[in-house]
Design a protein around this ligand. Structure first.
Ligand code: HEM
Length: 395
């Protein structure tokens, strides 16, 4: 490994350890020992890409809305029809109705204004102070995307600032902890209060029914008002933290491994670099399911009621260090976005936000790679990431 790859590995390890000081080393070392194993008190840990995929594809034997599979945790906060807490025929039917949600035009209408605002923020900060905190910028971008998902025009009176919208989304998603089987009454109340603030404008946009707003599109696709609010809440909840985790890590990783220059010279390698960075960082490190039938995963017997811990983090990272030129093994392809019935519905939106940000930075730093001038990692969070990633003007 070259020095710069080692630097990237070190920072990624630091990020994971700060978020999960006990669990990360445990999950990685157990994953190295066996592809599947039962851990008393925790569940069945699955650490090999092909087996993780097998479980995700088998929506009959392994469900997401079981008692310890995290989906059901959300129901009191966002209602029963929020995709993440559904399974079987109802879930399939809702996904079918949403199949055309993120057409390229619809994605552009959501992401382009947010990317333009990001460009202005980055340029202003770098021109004025010579440095910019990319984590704050991506929070702002995510808040801008939330405002579009809620159908709030930029100039609407009383529109919440992007950062506040992001904080509201984050206050819902941060209620989840890996060891937390259900929410307390207080946590549920807190989550519901945040959802209610977000629901106000989304409800008005749904009732107005303008097809150029996201809630209006959901209505045109045949969603009821309650379904639309559930879906919007799910998007806000699961689509913000992952992005704020990933984008700064991607930007740091490209700098640490000396890859910015290659992209500045030719952006055709951007997709491969992003894809490999997703594999290497795994923004959503673990997925949970409940077994509802007896059988096996690999050579490990499972029983109904077993909690299944799908270690995407080990499955993806054990394939090797950051190397955008290495072909992706088929069993690992896009595993960081899941697989099967619950595959990330927001992937087109996420990819547009990621590419949009990278384009802004590559334009700004045309000629000379960005420099990471300061960074701090987030501690004790569910989704690992940087708390601060400061970029300075190229010298
Ligand atoms: C880098 C960014 C992202 C990553 C790594 C990611 C990852 C994932 C993963 C792994 C799943 C499957 C979870 C499971 O099977 O248990 C998922 C589902 C989901 N994602 Fe994403 N996601 C990202 C961005 C987004 C965005 C931007 C949105 C929307 C705004 C979004 C919305 C959703 C929704 C609604 C689901 C649930 C789908 C269902 O249950 O049918 N995600 N995501």
């Amino acid at each position: 490994m070259t020095g710069s790859l080692a630097e990237a590995e070190r920072w990624e390890r630091r990020i994971h350890l700060a978020a999960h000081p006990m669990l990360y080393p445990l999950v990685r070392s157990l994953g190295t020992l066996r592809p599947v194993m039962r851990i008393p008190g925790l569940g069945v840990l699955v650490s090999e890409a092909a087996l993780v995929r097998e479980v995700l594809l088998d929506g009959e034997r392994f469900v997401k809305d079981g008692p310890s599979a995290s989906g059901g945790l959300w129901t009191p906060v966002v209602g029963p029809r929020a995709l993440v807490n559904m399974d079987g025929g109802e879930h399939r039917e809702l996904r079918r109705k949403l199949a055309d949600l993120f057409t390229p035009g619809a994605v552009a209408a959501i992401v382009e204004p947010a990317s333009a605002a990001l460009r202005a923020t980055i340029d202003t900060a770098l021109d004025a102070a010579g440095r910019v905190d990319l984590v704050e910028c991506v929070k702002d971008l995510a808040g801008g995307v939330i405002s579009r998902l809620l159908g709030v025009p930029d100039n609407a009176p009383g529109r919440l600032p992007n950062k506040e919208l992001f904080n509201l989304g984050s206050s819902i998603s941060s209620l989840v902890r890996l060891g937390r089987p259900s929410l307390t009454a207080r946590q549920t109340e807190k989550g519901r209060a945040a959802v209610e603030i977000l629901a106000g404008p989304a409800r008005s946009a749904y009732r107005d029914g303008a097809p150029d707003t996201f809630p209006g599109r959901l209505r045109a696709l045949g969603m009821t008002e309650e379904e639309s609010l559930g879906i919007i809440s799910a998007f806000v909840m699961v689509g913000t933290e992952t992005l704020v985790s990933f984008v700064p890590r991607l930007v740091a990783l490209l700098a640490d491994t000396g890859r910015v220059e290659t992209l500045l010279a030719n952006r055709s390698g951007m997709d491969a670099a992003i894809n490999e960075a997703l594999r290497f960082t795994v923004p959503s490190p673990m997925m949970l399911r409940n077994a509802v039938a007896s059988g096996t995963i690999g050579d490990q017997p499972v029983r109904p009621g077993d909690r299944i811990l799908l270690s995407t983090i080990h499955a993806a990272k054990s394939l090797g260090g950051f190397d955008p030129e290495r072909p992706m093994p088929p069993q690992a392809r896009q595993l960081w976005f899941g697989a099967g019935p619950h595959f990330c519905i927001g992937m087109p939106l996420a990819m547009a936000e990621i590419k949009g940000t990278l384009d802004v930075l590559l334009d700004r730093y045309a000629g000379k790679p960005w420099v990471v001038s300061a960074r701090e990692v987030s501690t004790r969070v569910l989704i690992p990431g940087y708390r601060k990633l400061e970029l300075a003007n190229a010298c």
